[in-house]
Design a protein around this ligand. Structure first.
Ligand code: DSN
Length: 426
């Protein structure tokens, strides 16, 4: 890592905290499916003088002078995004995924139109807050309704979604998820959108890296607009991006700026440009396919340990398991895993009867461990440790033993972005 010499002189207390977080990230097994490790190149790009510049507007049409190099950087990121995903148009300015979603609805649904309806996957079924969930501003500014998943299989039921969409007649139909372990059929969603006269928005934040690497079908040919974060499977800096058909480009650009945002974060734009270059390599394609292979292997081990999985398996980067089968709530399970060096988050499972503050499920994923180079053989160890930590959640000796084994394994697989000397073991 960067030795942080200047920061150490200015703010040693902060350096101490950052060093502790570095050691935590190095030795724990990061299983949160929305997280990853940015490369050293991405982090270097984000830590540059680009943070000093204001650039309201778009390349060659700015409201501040001094944009000669910022225009080049933003254009490079846009060109790489369009090439990688085969998109007509790209906007790389959204601060993250939530602002990108709000910008797309704002851009696609004209002000004053009679139809302000959006229809997305409900949060308890794996959708995101910004797909119109009741506590999100997206349900305050638009008239939102939600579809769910099949009560038995927990899979998206495209006939039921079609029936609901024909009845509700949304202006925008949203597909994409934060906790759905299966392939999403974007062509089917496009058929549904066309049949009910809606525009289709796909939120591919979780799977953007899989799409870039050819390990999940792309929404880009099917959707009017596609939103994504840039830091999940895509492995870039914290940021957001919108891809869209050319006929929506002007409206979406206007919705991002001046509609919702001020100056773009140019240091982040540079980091996104680097990540997009990295994602266009054969190594990244192999990485994307290994994420899925690892997820399948981890899912199989968890099942053999008696943990039921939502939808019965995984064919992307993500697994949602029901911890109550091992006599723990989702929160108890996630906390026990954390003590054992296995970082996850508790999550509702479809049709959960427990509260979202202590639901039945735990959500895990393989993007980060795959970035470290772990493969199927190591996934079998990780799956067993998860079950051991949950079963032994009240036994400090079990948790300490698993934590030691996890730390030993992680030390053999240093993550991207960490350079020698590696942090001391906490
Ligand atoms: N917080 C992200 C996730 O964990 O899926 C979504 O915004």
């Amino acid at each position: 890592m960067n030795p942080l010499n200047a920061l150490a002189a200015t703010d040693p207390a902060l350096v101490h905290m950052i060093a502790a977080e570095e050691a935590r990230q190095f030795y724990t097994a990061k299983l949160i499916p929305s997280e990853n490790y940015a490369s050293s190149a991405v982090m270097e790009a984000t830590g540059t003088v680009l943070t000093n510049k204001y650039s309201e507007g778009y390349a060659f049409k700015r409201y501040y002078e001094g944009q000669q190099f910022i225009d080049q950087i933003e254009s490079l990121a846009i060109d790489r995004a369009k090439a990688l995903f085969g998109a007509d148009h790209a906007n790389v300015q959204p601060y993250s995924g939530s602002p990108a979603n709000l910008a797309v609805y704002t851009g696609l649904i004209p002000k004053g139109s009679d139809n302000q309806r959006i229809l997305g996957l409900g949060l308890p079924a794996g959708g995101h807050l910004t797909h119109g969930w009741k506590v999100s501003a997206t349900s305050r500014f638009f008239q939102a309704a939600q579809y769910g998943v099949d009560p038995v299989t927990h899979l998206l039921d495209y006939s039921a979604i079609a029936a609901q969409a024909l009845e509700f007649r949304p202006a925008v139909l949203i597909c994409g998820a934060t906790a759905y372990p299966r392939i999403i059929d974007f062509a089917k969603f496009a058929e549904i959108a066309h049949a009910c006269g809606a525009l289709l928005v796909a939120d591919m934040a979780h799977i953007a890296g899989l799409v870039a690497g050819g390990a999940h079908p792309s929404p880009v040919p099917h959707a009017d607009a596609v939103t994504t974060t840039t830091h999940k499977t895509l492995r870039g800096p914290r940021g957001g991006m919108i891809l869209c058909k050319s006929q929506h480009a002007a409206a979406i650009d206007r919705a991002v700026f001046p509609g919702l945002q001020g100056g773009p974060h140019n240091h982040t734009t540079a980091g996104i440009a680097v990540a997009l270059k990295e994602a266009a390599t054969p190594e990244f394609r192999a990485y994307a396919h290994q994420i899925v292979a690892n997820s399948r292997a981890l899912a199989a081990t968890l099942q053999s340990e008696g943990l039921p999985l939502a939808t019965g398996g995984s064919d992307n980067h993500l697994i949602l398991f029901d911890a109550t089968a091992l006599n723990a709530t989702g929160k108890q399970a996630a906390q026990a895993m954390d003590l054992a060096g296995l970082e996850a988050n508790f999550n509702s499972i479809p049709f959960d009867t427990r509260s979202p503050f202590d639901p039945s499920g735990v959500r895990i994923g393989t993007p980060s461990l795959t970035s470290r180079g772990l493969k199927e053989a190591e996934m079998a160890h990780v799956g067993k440790w998860i079950a051991q930590a949950i079963r032994g959640r009240e036994d400090a000796a079990v948790l300490a033993r698993v934590r030691g084994e996890v730390f030993d394994l992680m030390a053999q697989f240093p993550p991207p972005g960490f350079e020698q000397p590696y942090p001391a073991r906490p």
